[in-house]
Design a protein. Structure first.
Lengths: 235, 419
């Protein structure tokens, strides 16, 4: 299948030698532009999977392809560069670098990713302008919030800043690891709407990890990790 | 390089700790540079103070002590040389010239040196430079005085001003020789030697002001007016020391032996250069100790920095994970810490240099007046720059320790910090 954003085949991964396998995935594909939710209980290996997709961890065997590039075969530095250029990340909480300004936090990936920098510049003329545009779309007023350290922002605001950062320079893949779990139930929905809208506008593929079943309906697919991961069963 | 900018911002964010770390390093660097500065300046100044003198003769005692009191006006002579012995030795055929030195009085904190016109003729400093007058000239009359440049400036004396010489060396002692006023007849140009802080009078004048004094106190009932004094004959009875110039350098050791074996009184002749060497070697241990201490202080400053960087590692794990997620390599994380350490050390070193100059500006007049050491303020020397480079290099090397820790930590943590 051409145009797969993510393709795993015969992946086996354990964190350390002697540890049990955390992941054993025979095949898993995500089509470009798809919005997928991966669910599973705590400790089932969801975050581990994201580390593999980001190339921060490397499987002991098998292929992890992102945009048809087998990142497991890339050298360390190239893997990091690849991640910077093609993947935006959003984490559960504390996504922001405390000593950087709001705008600098959003433009941070562009410092490591020439491709995303170029795209962001092309889009708004400058990184700053692009950061403002994205923050505006996330319903954040960059000027009003600029005077405060980013750590003073509310949890919901911080998560929206994280979305803006993950989307700057329109990476092909956006990976979110339980980005709503620290948010109040009533703002989860609106957060998700904003995320979807922007991911859609950027044309990115979304891989969303959560154990909040109530959000399932919004995604194209919701896959239990246990469905693709055989590691837990044969232990 | 994104890492340099990140390092700077990260340091600015922790500016209180960063500032303290920098200050600690700066103080240590200023100390090292200051000690070095004092050492070289002291040596240069000592070496420049006397030039062209073959021997210095004084009462028997320590060679260094003789050098210190006769040339540097530090400390006091324990004994004098009788006038007869001085005349006897000065009349030797191998002697080209002598400068008699009579010390013991002071004027408002400045030492008074009794001497004669030979001083102005033969005294040489800093590679055979001769004394010159900024104003006036040598003594013409009994109570004429010549002032060193600093003494004149500090005391605000102009030519012709009256001067009251004080007995003994203390300041503001009550036994002033007020009855016999001196007059400034000349002011010397600046030499950068202890001569600048000296008040020069004739040997006869020294004798004259002590005419009604015995053993340091006024003889009760005996007063002699300045007018009467002018009529008297003041053959000096003793001097403190004298400098000797010989006709031939070859005669130096023979003449030295002659002095040291002088029958009529116990005398000592020293070669100024050799005595200076002796002084340096005496100070060598102290110098080494000082150097060791200042290096220890720098190491302490850098250790403080290391402690702070290591302590920050844990609280910065999340930051590292975020940086990794946006594409930073573990090597970037390594670089972040190395750059931070180097920046701290470099800022500390540069601030230390600035601190040194500030200290020099503040201390220059004090050191000058208290210790007679004129600290020149000039561009940093090659040695200063080497010290600074070494401190920055040491900071860089020290930074490798937390950097390596952070590197390993970020490789293990990946993008997600496990808490
Ligand atoms: N950096 C790591 N080093 C070593 N072991 C790890 C690391 N990260 C995860 N593990 C181990 O891998 C297994 C899966 O953990 P993981 O974090 O992927 O689960 P998860 O599904 O994300 O759980 P949660 O829902 O609680 O976030 C666990 O046993 C965990 O201890
Ligand atoms: Mg997880």
């Amino acid at each position: 299948m051409a145009g797969a954003a993510v393709r795993l085949s015969d992946v086996r991964f354990r964190w350390r030698e002697g540890d049990p396998l955390v992941l054993k995935i025979a095949a898993f594909d995500v089509a470009a532009g798809e919005r997928i939710m991966i669910k599973g209980p705590s400790g089932s290996g969801k975050t581990t999977l994201l580390n593999l997709l980001g190339g921060v961890a490397v499987p002991q065997s098998g292929r992890v392809s992102i945009m048809d590039v087998d990142i497991a075969s890339l050298r360390g530095a190239r893997r990091d560069a690849f991640r910077a250029d093609h993947i935006g990340f959003i984490f559960q909480m504390f996504n922001l670098v405390p000593y950087l300004s709001l705008i600098d936090n959003v433009t941070l990936p562009c410092r490591f990713a020439p491709v995303r920098r170029q795209r962001a510049m092309a889009r708004s003329g400058s990184l700053k302008a692009e950061a403002r545009r994205l923050l505006g779309h996330m319903e954040l007023d960059a000027d009003a919030l600029a005077s405060r350290p980013v750590a003073m922002l509310s949890m919901g605001q911080q998560q929206r800043v994280a979305v803006a950062r993950s989307l700057i320079g329109a990476p092909e893949l956006v990976i979110a690891d339980e980005p709503t779990s620290a948010l109040d139930a009533d703002i989860r929905r609106s957060f998700l709407d904003l995320l979807f809208r922007e991911v859609g506008e950027a044309g990115s593929t979304l891989l969303f990890v959560s154990h909040d079943a109530s959000l399932e309906g919004a995604f194209d697919r919701a896959i239990p990790l246990s469905e693709i991961n055989e590691a837990g069963t044969e232990r | 390089m994104p890492i340099v900018l990140l390092s700077v911002k990260s340091l600015l964010n922790r500016r209180a700790t960063a500032a303290l770390t920098i200050l600690a390093i700066a103080i240590s660097v200023a100390l090292v540079l200051g000690v070095e500065k004092l050492r070289t300046e002291a040596k240069a100044s000592f070496a420049n103070t006397i030039s062209g003198t073959d021997l210095i003769v004084g009462a028997r005692g320590g060679a260094i002590q003789l050098l210190l009191y006769s040339v540097f006006r530090i400390g006091n002579a324990t004994n004098n040389i009788s006038w007869e012995s001085y005349r006897d030795l000065a009349a030797r055929p191998e002697v080209a010239w002598t400068i008699p030195l009579s010390l013991g009085d002071s004027h408002r904190g400045f030492r008074v040196l009794g001497t004669n016109a030979d001083f102005f003729r033969h005294y040489r400093f800093a590679r055979k430079r001769q004394l010159t007058f900024a104003a006036g000239g040598p003594f013409a009359e009994l109570f004429d005085t010549v002032l060193g440049a600093d003494a004149a400036e500090t005391l605000g004396y102009k030519l012709g001003d009256p001067i009251v010489v004080q007995h003994g060396l203390g300041q503001g002692g009550f036994s002033k020789h007020e009855d016999k006023p001196f007059r400034a007849s000349g002011i010397l140009a600046k030499t950068g030697t202890p001569v600048d802080r000296t008040v020069l009078v004739s040997l006869e004048a020294v004798e004259a002001i002590h005419v009604d004094w015995r053993g340091g106190a006024r003889v009760p009932g005996m007063t002699v007016s300045a007018e009467e004094v002018r009529g008297m004959d003041f053959q000096p009875r003793a001097i403190t020391a004298f400098q000797v110039g010989l006709k031939s350098k070859l005669a130096v050791f023979a003449f030295q032996r002659r002095v040291n074996e002088y029958r009529k009184e116990p005398l000592l002749a020293i070669l100024p250069g050799a005595a200076l060497q002796e002084l340096w070697s005496l100070m060598g241990t102290a110098e080494t100790a000082l150097a060791a201490i200042s290096i220890a202080v720098v190491v302490t400053g850098l250790l403080g920095m290391l402690t702070i960087l290591l302590a920050s590692l844990n609280e910065r794990r999340r930051e590292m994970a975020i940086l990794r997620s946006v594409g930073a390599r573990p090597l970037h994380i390594f670089g972040l810490f190395v750059v931070e350490a180097s920046a701290l050390a470099a800022s500390g070193a540069v601030l230390g240099l600035a601190l040194l100059y500030l200290l020099l500006v503040v201390a220059q007049p004090i050191v000058d007046s208290r210790f007679g050491l004129y600290l020149t303020i000039g561009a940093p020397t090659m040695r200063d720059l080497t010290v600074i480079a070494l401190v920055v290099a040491a900071g860089f090397v020290a930074g490798i320790i937390p950097a390596y820790q952070a590197y390993r930590q970020s490789v293990a943590d990946g993008m997600i910090v496990r808490t």
